[in-house]
Design a protein around this ligand. Structure first.
Ligand SMILES: [Zn+2]
Length: 129
């Protein structure tokens, strides 16, 4: 018999605890097991077997990552342009590279947080509209 999401009670922790555990890339249910195989592929918890691998976060993690990175890079770009007036070559080399690196840095952690949110709300991502 396989365990389903419904058999795991969320009564002992809050939504924010589940999101926080996810942001640390650990299981949103127990906070101890690992739920990622590699960079972004979710799988069931290695500690409590919570079926995290069946959650499909789809576009939420990239959307949140773009939102966050945009709110870091764009003000920084405007500040540097206003104060230092760097060359166009510098601008074209630095800002896309910084945006790419921050995106690759934040995405796995934000995906963990999104999985924590979806886990707590019992959303698997395959619901019909
Ligand atoms: Zn777990």
């Amino acid at each position: 018999m396989t365990s389903t999401s419904a058999t795991f009670s969320r009564d002992s922790y809050s939504l924010f605890t589940a999101i926080g555990r996810g942001l640390k890339r650990t299981c949103p249910h127990c906070g101890k097991g690992h739920v990622f195989k590699g960079y972004l592929k979710p799988h069931d918890c290695t500690n409590c077997s919570a079926p995290i691998g069946e959650i499909k976060a789809d576009d939420l993690p990239p959307y949140l990552t773009i939102f966050l990175v945009g709110h870091i890079v764009v003000p920084l770009l405007l500040f540097v342009e206003a104060i230092y007036h760097p060359s166009l070559f510098f601008q074209m080399a630095i800002w896309p590279t910084l945006a790419l690196l921050l995106t690759l840095l934040f995405l796995p952690f934000i995906k963990g947080g999104a999985l924590g949110l979806m886990w707590y709300l019992r959303i698997k991502g395959d619901e019909q509209h």
